[in-house]
Design a protein around this ligand. Structure first.
Ligand SMILES: Cc1cc2nc3c(=O)[nH]c(=O)nc-3n(C[C@H](O)[C@H](O)[C@H](O)COP(=O)(O)OP(=O)(O)OC[C@H]3O[C@@H](n4cnc5c(N)ncnc54)[C@H](O)[C@@H]3O)c2cc1C
Length: 470
């Protein structure tokens, strides 16, 4: 193995003994690359002027036993340790807010096992979702999680945020596709992953889904994989109003139409009234034909106008464009991209879940509340399932105090969704942005989580300062 120069600090030297000095990143520029994820770039107006702490060191392990050794070292010293995947999280969950060691898992990217018969695969946590999907394709299979960030986000990050992607309508969230996890717990113990689809009794791996790395570092995952569909039929339908398209979505579900993709949005600032529904149906040809005919008929009965194949294909082909833009933006270093991302008006992207039968009333309430405060709605959307409701809102000039009032308004919307039996974020996790609201989100469940955290991580080393736990 090629050995680099031995790093300077005692901590970096000890880590170099574990992974080799070439995988220990300790200079200033390298530490800046691991100081934040996508949160501070996207919503910079909210974190204007705030300095994000740097990690002491970033490390790139190549094997599970190296991760175990690093976690033991961190635990013995009481040093924070923060797992890091693609760094695309938009809530700040990967930011090492108390310094310490950042563990970049992207060298651990092997597909260890794949069974086209069992529709199961075991893959290391640092594998990028897009690469994994391409490799599964060579076995006639596909990954059921396809977020905008698919080319750059990792398996471990997607599980730890329980991400939602374009295919959630048919295949569920990333967490719903997990069958087992191999993970290093805060004391260095190893949780092992089986290769089958059901486990006996309580499955401890579930504690790590959506946990943002606070209970351990995932090193590999056993996941469901799916046969690549013989046909995928994608459609674009224009509706005269948000209400009419939403009712068509409910009617399709009630009729038992099986959609693999559902993306519905209106952009009041861009085009006034009207909303576009994109949907897809996957499966073997005969089954696709039956579901497609029923879906198109229901859309037409609700006033929908088919925009044709070209519009549908363009949407599907361009769906990862934002990931390409993001990659370009950070190509010159995250620190520079941070400055370039400054926006004159603050905006917020809310992904709330509310009961499907109350979505239209909730949308009406949001519109009234926001209009009264002079805040624009750039987009209202439904993604995957009718209860998954997003809003992009744009406040007044940052310089006029717009940032403060926009955060306060976002919290009013969140609270209202929670009071209706909904949830504050269905897609991106909690991170730094929402952790102060975890108590009101979970109620008594928060005490249980705190007790688990104390029991598993008594020294509080594992991604501290997250989920409102430490
Ligand atoms: C352009 C763009 C588009 C996006 N589109 C979507 C979208 O469509 N759907 C969606 O859900 N999200 C989307 N996101 C957000 C982001 O891509 C997801 O949250 C993604 O799941 C994060 O994966 P990551 O590998 O980048 O994780 P990171 O950002 O590196 O980490 C996220 C969290 O997971 C923890 N973590 C990472 N790896 C591990 C591990 N191996 N073990 C334990 N904990 C770990 C980190 O500590 C952190 O708490 C988008 C982001 C961008 C920038």
């Amino acid at each position: 193995m090629k050995r680099g120069t031995l790093p300077k600090t005692d901590l970096a030297r000890a880590l170099a003994e574990i992974v080799g000095p070439e995988h220990v990143l300790a200079d200033d520029d390298q530490r800046h690359e691991y100081a934040f994820d996508a949160y501070v770039l996207w919503r910079l107006a909210e974190s204007d002027g705030e300095e994000t702490p740097l990690p002491d060191v970033a490390v790139r392990p190549g094997a599970t036993n190296e991760v175990q050794a690093m976690v033991r070292l961190a635990n013995d010293r009481g040093t924070p340790i923060v797992p890091y995947g693609g760094g695309t999280g938009v809530m700040g969950a990967a930011a090492p807010v108390r310094g310490g060691i950042v563990v970049d898992l992207r060298r651990m990217a092997r597909l260890r096992y794949v069974s086209p018969e069992g529709l199961v695969a075991q893959v290391e946590a640092g594998r990028r979702l897009g690469d994994l999907d391409a490799e599964l394709g060579r076995h006639g299979l596909m990954l059921g999680h396809d977020p905008w960030s698919q080319p750059i986000a990792t398996v471990g990050g997607a599980i730890s945020t329980d991400g939602v992607g374009y295919l959630a309508a048919g295949y569920g969230s990333m967490g719903e596709q997990v069958l087992g996890l191999e993970a290093v717990l805060p004391g260095g113990e190893l949780l092992e992953a089986k290769k089958v689809s059901l486990a006996a009794g309580v499955s401890p791996h579930r504690l790590l889904i959506g946990a943002e790395g606070v209970f351990g570092i995932i090193t590999a995952a056993t996941i469901k994989v799916f046969p690549a569909p013989e046909e995928r039929s994608v459609h674009a339908i224009d509706f005269p109003s948000f209400e009419s398209g939403f009712r068509a979505i409910l009617a399709m579900r009630q009729r038992g139409v099986s959609l693999s993709m559902l993306d519905y949005s209106e952009e009041p600032l861009a085009k006034g009234d009207g909303a576009i529904l994109y949907f897809a149906i996957d499966g073997f040809r005969e089954s696709v034909a039956v579901h497609r005919d029923a879906a198109l008929r229901l859309c037409s009965e609700h006033g929908g106008r088919d925009l044709g194949r070209e519009a549908a294909d363009r949407f599907w082909e361009d769906r990862h464009e934002s990931a390409d833009r993001w990659t370009e933006r950070i190509a010159g270093g995250r620190r520079n991209a941070r400055v370039a991302a400054r926006q004159p008006r603050p905006f917020d992207y809310l992904h709330l879940a509310v009961p499907a039968d109350e979505v239209l009333a909730f949308r009406g309430w949001c519109r009234e509340r926001l209009a009264a405060e002079g805040v624009d709605i750039a987009e209202v959307a439904i993604w995957g399932r009718p209860d998954l409701f997003s809003l992009v809102i744009v406040g007044a000039e940052v310089s006029g105090g717009g940032k403060r009032s926009l955060s306060a308004l976002s919290e009013q919307l969140i609270r209202r969704a929670q009071e209706m039996g909904g949830t504050m974020e269905y897609c991106h996790g909690v991170g730094l942005k929402l952790q102060h609201l975890m108590g009101q989100e979970l109620g008594g469940g928060m005490d249980a989580l705190r007790a688990l955290k104390r029991a598993l991580d008594p020294n509080g080393i594992m991604n501290p300062g997250k989920l409102g736990l430490t």
